[in-house]
Every structure is written in structure tokens, then in C-alpha cells.
Design a protein around this ligand. Structure first.
Ligand code: SAM
Ligand code: SF4
Length: 365
């Protein structure tokens, strides 16, 4: 197991924010990144910061979490190197997430660099939407394929209660701005929480009447830095959410969705779609194609596994692209069959040196 190690030779650290030269691809393709169960991993989610301008109660405490030191964060050059290395083993899709990716001033450069990487077919962003007006047009021009905006309530007071900050109107305006700017794939992510927003199911569904977005209800997960998961019954299963949607909209029909959007529907005549994501019940593990890289440069092979593989260390100690690929292959050779098994294995490890990240902002959502 590769442990996190902060005593590294950090001499390669630069933060110019400029797009580096992308190395040319090799002539013969390398074998894809696969696990022992035959799954192929062609989609990387990279957290580009662990910091955020909101404090969602299901994610981060008011005081924040233990943020990594600046020197421990991947630079733009390192992030783009990881993408170009992954492209060599067949990765086609990149998502920048966090923390809040739009607080990185070089987010447009990151998107441009990823989009220009040979082999990368789609570059996506998950954002809370608060700062989107600053970058929407530049992000589209830079090659961003799609935007997921997180919004858990359309009600002013409730938004404030959930995120501990004002801003619902800005987020709603920025979703519209994303559509008006010309983004073809705009999704709205709402974490579905009993006692918080379960009564907005209809409001969100009605939003798809005139807005060509996919509203995705996401199961609440226990990555809330030990805030509200343990305090009561806030979890609702994807199955129950689907049943409630069908009860309210008996005419709703299935619609095509992505690999994670197993339950996707469209109300007849509405512009957008509704999807439900079983993020906690983990019924889609068999289709998993995701690689995660944390903001401080560790590979994670599953959201529910605490195992980490220190890619930053490999890079900063002068590792070659092949060394990086070898670490990715090791991480995915170790991958458990599903999230339940991954969690069981992590819980069984009594290893105090193991880094535990209890918030989505640390893992990279
Ligand atoms: N700040 C950006 C945002 O909010 O979209 C990107 C990072 S955020 C960690 C990524 C996604 O994780 C968001 O859609 C957020 O709602 C989701 N998330 C965070 N904590 C969660 C939890 N405990 N359960 C389910 N989803 C969670
Ligand atoms: Fe920030 Fe996103 Fe976490 Fe909310 S969910 S605190 S916006 S990182």
C-alpha cells in the first residue's frame, strides 16, 4: 500500500497556471486500465481543490475540514500530466470537481489543457454554480462538454440552511446562463434528504418543464464529515425516490441516461429529464468506470474505499509516465468487487497511518 507522505521532494512544484505542452501519444496503444473483474476504467474525476465557498451540511462543517497545504496540492501541470498519462491507457472522459473547482483561477486553462489532450473526448465540471457567470463562455470556448450544477433547494431560506451561505438566485441564474451560453449538457444535482428537501421533488420535476436540464436526485451518503448522517433518518433510497416520482407523475416514461443514471425519466412534453442516482445503495458498481484523483494527488479506486495510492509522490520523485501507469494499474488491480466489499475491507483495516477522509470535499465528489 502506498501511504500519503508529506515529506516529499516538492521541487517540481510550480503554479504558473499556464497550459503545458501535451506530450504526443505513443504509436501503439497501451492496454486499457482494467480490474480483476473485467471492468474497464475510462473516466477520471479529478478534484482540483479541497476548498469551497459553501459549507453544505451534508458535506463540510462550518469551520471547514483539514485543508491540505498548498504545496501538497497538485499543480495545473501535474493535473494535466495525469490526464495525458491516463489518455494513453484509454481514458476518454475527465471531470473536474472538488471542493469547488471554480475557485481555481486557472480552471479555464485546466479545461483547455484537458480538452486538447489527444484521446480525451469529453471534459465535464461539477460545480455549486455560484461563480459560473465568471467563466461560462470561456469554459465553453475552452472545450467544456458538460456542467453539473449542485442545487439542493430552490427555496431561499432552505438553500441558506443547507449550504450555510446565501446564493440560490445566483445559482438559478447561472444554470440558465449555462443553457443560454450554449452548453448542451447541463445537469442539476440535488442530494435528496429526508427532513431537508424531500418536499421539493415536484418543484424540481416541474423545473424540467421549461429547462432542458437533467435533474438528478442523488442518494445521501455518509461522507458529511460526521455532521448529519448519524443524527437521524435523512436517507431515502433511490427505489423510494423513484416510487414517489411515479406516484406523482403516473405518465412519466423512461428516457436514455448515462451509466450512473440507471433510473432516468421524462414527463411527456417536458424539455428536460429526471434521474435518480443510487449513490449509497450501490446497485451500479458492476458498471463502474471511474478513477478518482484527490486534490493532493492520491488515486482512489472506489468512493467507499479508504485505500490511497500516492501519485503525487511518484511524480515529484521524478517518476516516468510508465511509473504513473504502473501505480494506476496497481490501484485498480486492488479494486473490490463493489462498494460494500470496499467499505468492509477499509473498516477491517486497523491502520492508524491510513488517511481517512470523511467529507466529499476531501475525496472529490
Ligand atoms: N462543489 C462542487 C459541487 O457542490 O457540485 C463539487 C464538489 S461536491 C463534493 C460534488 C458532489 O458531491 C455535489 O453534487 C454534492 O452535492 C455531492 N455530495 C457532497 N456530499 C455528499 C453526501 N454526503 N451525499 C451525497 N452527495 C454528496
Ligand atoms: Fe462545497 Fe460542493 Fe461540498 Fe457544498 S457539496 S460544501 S458546494 S464541495
Amino acid at each position: 500500500m502506498f501511504q500519503n507522505n508529506s515529506n516529499l521532494a516538492e521541487s517540481l512544484h510550480t503554479a504558473s497556471g499556464e497550459t503545458p505542452v501535451i506530450p504526443a501519444p505513443r504509436s501503439s496503444p497501451l492496454p486499457p486500465l482494467q480490474d480483476t473483474f473485467g471492468r474497464t476504467f475510462d473516466y477520471v474525476r479529478i478534484a482540483v481543490t479541497d476548498r469551497c465557498n459553501l459549507r453544505c451540511t451534508y458535506c463540510m462543517p462550518e469551520e471547514g475540514v483539514e485543508f491540505r497545504h498548498r504545496d501538497e496540492m497538485l499543480t495545473a501541470e501535474e493535473t494535466l500530466r495525469i490526464i495525458s498519462v491516463l489518455a494513453k491507457v484509454g481514458v476518454k472522459k475527465v471531470r473536474f470537481t472538488g471542493g469547488e473547482p471554480t475557485i481555481r483561477k486557472d480552471i479555464v486553462n485546466l479545461v483547455a489543457g484537458a480538452a486538447a489532450t489527444p484521446g480525451i473526448k469529453g471534459v465535464h465540471l461539477t460545480t455549486n454554480g455560484l461563480l459560473l457567470h465568471r467563466y461560462a463562455k470561456d469554459l465553453l470556448d475552452a472545450g467544456l462538454t458538460g456542467i453539473n450544477v449542485s442545487l439542493d433547494s430552490m427555496d431561499t431560506d432552505r438553500f441558506m440552511r443547507i449550504t450555510r451561505r446565501p446564493g440560490v438566485d445566483t445559482v438559478l441564474n447561472n444554470i440558465k446562463l449555462a443553457l443560454d451560453t450554449g452548453f448542451q449538457r447541463v445537469k442539476v444535482n440535488a442530494v435528496f434528504m429526508q427532513g431537508f428537501n424531500e418536499d421539493e421533488l415536484e418543484r424540481f420535476t416541474e423545473y424540467t418543464k421549461d429547462h432542458a436540464v437533467t435533474v438528478r436526485f442523488i442518494e445521501f451518503m455518509p461522507f458529511d464529515a460526521e455532521q448529519i448522517w448519524s443524527t437521524g433518518d435523512h436517507f431515502t433510497s433511490a427505489e423510494t425516490i423513484v416510487a414517489r416520482i411515479k406516484a406523482r407523475y403516473p405518465d412519466i416514461g423512461p428516457a436514455p441516461g448515462t451509466r450512473t443514471e440507471h433510473h432516468t425519466f421524462k414527463v411527456p412534453g417536458y424539455a428536460g429529464k429526471i434521474a435518480v442516482i443510487p449513490a449509497f445503495t450501490r446497485s451500479l458498481c458492476g458498471n463502474c468506470s471511474r478513477i478518482r484523483v484527490t486534490a493532493d494527488g492520491s488515486i482512489r479506486n472506489c468512493l467507499y474505499s479508504d485505500d490511497e495510492y500516492n501519485l503525487r509522490q511518484v511524480m515529484r520523485q521524478g517518476g516516468s509516465d510508465d511509473d504513473m501507469i504502473a501505480l494506476f494499474r496497481k490501484a485498480f488491480a486492488d479494486k473490490a468487487i463493489d462498494g460494500y466489499e470496499a467499505k468492509k475491507r477499509s473498516d477491517a483495516k486497523v491502520d492508524i497511518t491510513q488517511l481517512h477522509r470523511g467529507s466529499m470535499t476531501q475525496i472529490g465528489g
